[in-house]
Design a protein around this ligand. Structure first.
Ligand code: BGC
Ligand code: CA
Length: 371
């Protein structure tokens, strides 16, 4: 069982306006500085996390078989969250929970539905809640509900904002967030392109990189950061970028397929297609192929997640690269945090993990590690 580094970062301890769309580019310096500070915090905090893990292991003999876990997923029809929840359930069982005491519900991408589900879990008296919010902006309401019922809460995947996280700490509430720093995934997407060399990517030789951006749900910080930091990596390498189109594909393959079909016909000069996740990159690939284009020859394409199908495309050369969004480390981290609350060991208020850059060189080993 692989247990990845679980460090903590107060990464979202910043307030800044996230500009979305072509022509963005503000707030970058501030972001970098905060990112550096966050890294330092992470390093200092790794030790604390290790101590907490040890404490948890000592206390881990507590009987989990009769403990009830409620899990709220924003939407079952999401490829990445499907991998996440499957691994989460299996790992909870491997840690001693009984399958019958783990209830996982589908928020159907509707916050009102999910809030109802949370209320039901509270009425049932679950011992811990793991929540992937539909809207991160509803986190304060969700936290109030759950903390008011004296149930520990582990947020996953969609990070609440800095003010909300600060509240958990200042009130010493049993609330934490487990996830990766989306800025890192964006940077890695950009680096995959930069590593190819400007001569190769600037297909029309005009000294600029013509790109289109397909974004996930713009309410989600993962979408905001990946959009911003992928392009920033090109600019940081001294490249000039030219945003031809920036569209919201809501993490969805079919939506992205349509958007990229439109973009490519309006902008045949597109050199790079950035997608905030692999599902949308798979949709983009369908349209790239339908337009008679060839990834690696007359266009480049990157995603995030490392879905099996995307890894196979990277190996086949039909996707330039992706970034492994470690659902194994995140689901295990979330389950461990839930256990730490149950055993009384407690948790830090942010539990982070690392993304991994994936290109043809390591796609096979990432694929093997997921089998
Ligand atoms: C993943 C997406 C997923 C989203 C759901 C992101 O971290 O990369 O694939 O749709 O989370 O919130
Ligand atoms: Ca160009």
């Amino acid at each position: 069982m692989k247990k990845k580094l679980v460090s903590l970062l107060t990464v979202s301890a910043m307030t800044m306006s996230m500009l979305v769309g072509c022509g963005q580019g503000a707030a970058e310096t501030a972001t970098t500085e905060v990112a550096e500070t966050a890294t330092e915090v992470a390093e200092t905090a790794t030790q604390a996390a290790e101590t907490a893990t040890e404490a948890a292991e000592t206390a881990g003999s507590a009987d989990l078989a009769d403990k009830k876990v409620g899990v709220c997923i924003y939407q079952f029809a999401d490829n990445f969250m499907t991998l996440f929840r499957t691994e989460l359930e299996n790992y909870l069982i491997s840690q001693g929970f009984s399958k019958d005491n783990i209830t996982i519900v589908d928020g159907a991408n509707d916050q009102a539905t999910q809030t109802n589900q949370i209320q039901n879990f509270i009425t049932q008296g679950v011992d811990v809640l793991i929540i992937n919010p539909v809207n991160s902006s509803s986190a304060a309401t969700i936290t109030d509900l759950v903390v008011g019922a004296d149930i520990p809460l582990v947020y996953i995947n969609r990070e609440p904002d800095a003010d909300e996280e600060a509240r958990w700490q200042s009130n010493s509430w049993n609330v934490t967030y487990v996830g990766c720093d989306a800025r890192q995934s964006g940077t890695m997407q950009g680096e995959i392109i930069v590593d190819l060399g400007q001569d190769k990517v600037d297909l029309n030789g005009d000294g600029k990189i013509q790109y289109i951006m397909i974004e996930g749900d713009p309410e989600n910080v993962d979408a905001q950061y990946r959009t911003e930091f992928s392009v920033k990596a090109l600019e940081d390498a001294g490249w000039t970028v030219d945003c031809l189109d920036d569209q919201v594909g809501n993490w969805d393959q079919a939506t992205a397929q349509q958007l990229v079909a439109n973009s490519l016909s309006a902008h045949p000069e597109t050199e790079v297609v950035f997608c905030n996740n692999d599902a949308m990159a798979l949709g983009a690939l369908q349209s790239i192929e339908a337009a008679g284009r060839k990834v690696g020859e007359d266009i480049y394409l990157v995603g995030v997640d490392a879905l099996t199908e995307a890894l196979e495309d990277v190996l086949a050369g039909t996707m330039t690269g992706t970034v492994f969004n470690d659902h194994i480390a995140q689901s295990h981290g979330a389950a461990d945090a839930a256990i730490n609350y149950i055993t009384g060991a407690g948790n830090e208020y942010y539990i982070g993990c690392d993304y991994v850059k994936v290109t043809t060189e390591n796609a096979q080993s990432v694929l093997d590690s997921l089998k």
